[in-house]
Write a protein that binds this ligand. Structure first.
Ligand code: C2E
Ligand code: CA
Ligand code: CA
Ligand code: CA
Length: 278
């Protein structure tokens, strides 16, 4: 049994080492990725269940690694966060998304582009200046930009996060709370964080409309949010039954494969133009 234990430990250990060196390799490659133009932004339109005059979409980063092929942001964003590279990458995302938004605004499209922002960026004392500069450089009015933050990561240093979010909102950008309900003490956050929009986590939507608990949670969150003057976006809407339930229960926006997959930057403008009430 002792031998077996050791063998297991060794296998586990080797596996860790493999993961570790893989991480180190990805981190090294991430350094090059920006300079070598390996990143791209895709955009996933969000559909409105009512009559909103904004055309909304979420920007999602893509990495085409020269030898590994596509690497998921779920895999490399945490590495970028640990290594500090997220500041540079996040800046690139913000600049690129604002430039695209500006192109659309120039065509007379009333868009809102939502950009995912890491807690590490929010915690950077200069973040608000950086956002302001990017908006100015692109001559993009702030109402066309939304910043998506994830609740769990703001746990520590909540007070500082609240101050930064208030500054950002004062610029005129809107704030959305991503993956709502997937973490803990969500309700407590809602009270404290200055947010305009709440994104209902995919895990609830997945079980709609037949799971009674998910139904109740979803409708309660929607009415709670509305009571606080906050709009609701449902994430990961994949079938018509889910959409019907959400529409019936006053969810404001829906996002998911039922409507659109994320679209490449080359195509997003023409896709958004088809959505525009001309
Ligand atoms: P997220 O912010 O929750 O983004 C939504 C994810 O769900 C995206 O995955 C999107 O492609 C996917 N999705 C959209 N509709 C559906 C659907 O109907 N069903 C299912 N199953 N999935 C759907 P993606 O693009 O792989 O991104 C994964 C995560 O990586 C994001 O989760 C976000 O946390 C992070 N991320 C992506 N882009 C950025 C970025 O530019 N900056 C930062 N900091 N994080 C990013
Ligand atoms: Ca998001
Ligand atoms: Ca999300
Ligand atoms: Ca997420």
């Amino acid at each position: 049994a002792k031998e077996l234990g050791r063998a297991r430990f060794q296998a586990f250990h080797e596996n860790m080492e493999y993961d570790f060196s893989k991480k180190v390799q990805l981190e090294n490659d991430l350094h090059k990725a920006l300079n070598e133009n390996q990143f791209d932004l895709h955009y996933q339109p969000q559909v409105c269940t009512g009559k909103d005059h904004y055309l909304r979409m979420e920007a999602l980063i893509r990495w085409e690694h020269p030898t590994e092929g596509k690497v998921s942001p779920a895999a490399f964003i945490p590495i970028a966060e640990d290594s500090g590279l997220i500041q540079e990458i996040g800046h690139w995302v913000l600049k690129t998304a604002c430039a695209t938004a500006k192109q659309m605004v120039r065509r007379g499209l009333n868009v809102v582009v939502a950009v995912n922002v890491s807690a590490h960026q929010i915690k950077h004392p200069d973040f608000q200046n950086l956002v302001e500069t990017v908006l100015k450089d692109n001559q993009l009015p702030a109402q066309h930009l939304e910043l998506e933050i994830t609740e769990s990561i703001l746990m520590q240093e909540l007070d500082m996060a609240v101050i930064m979010l208030k500054k950002l909102r004062r610029l005129g950008v809107s704030i959305s709370l991503d993956d709502f309900g997937s973490g803990y003490s969500s309700l407590n956050y809602l009270k404290q964080l200055p947010v305009d929009i709440l994104k209902l986590d995919r895990s609830f939507i997945h079980e709609l409309p037949f799971n009674e608990e998910s139904q109740k949670i979803t409708t309660s969150i929607i009415s709670l949010a509305h009571g606080l003057g906050i709009k609701v976006i449902a994430e990961g809407v994949e079938n018509q039954d889910q959409a019907d339930f959400l529409i019936e229960n006053n969810c404001d926006y829906m996002q998911g494969y039922l409507f659109y997959y994320p679209v490449t930057s080359d195509h997003i403008i023409s896709v958004i133009e088809t959505l525009s009430p001309s």
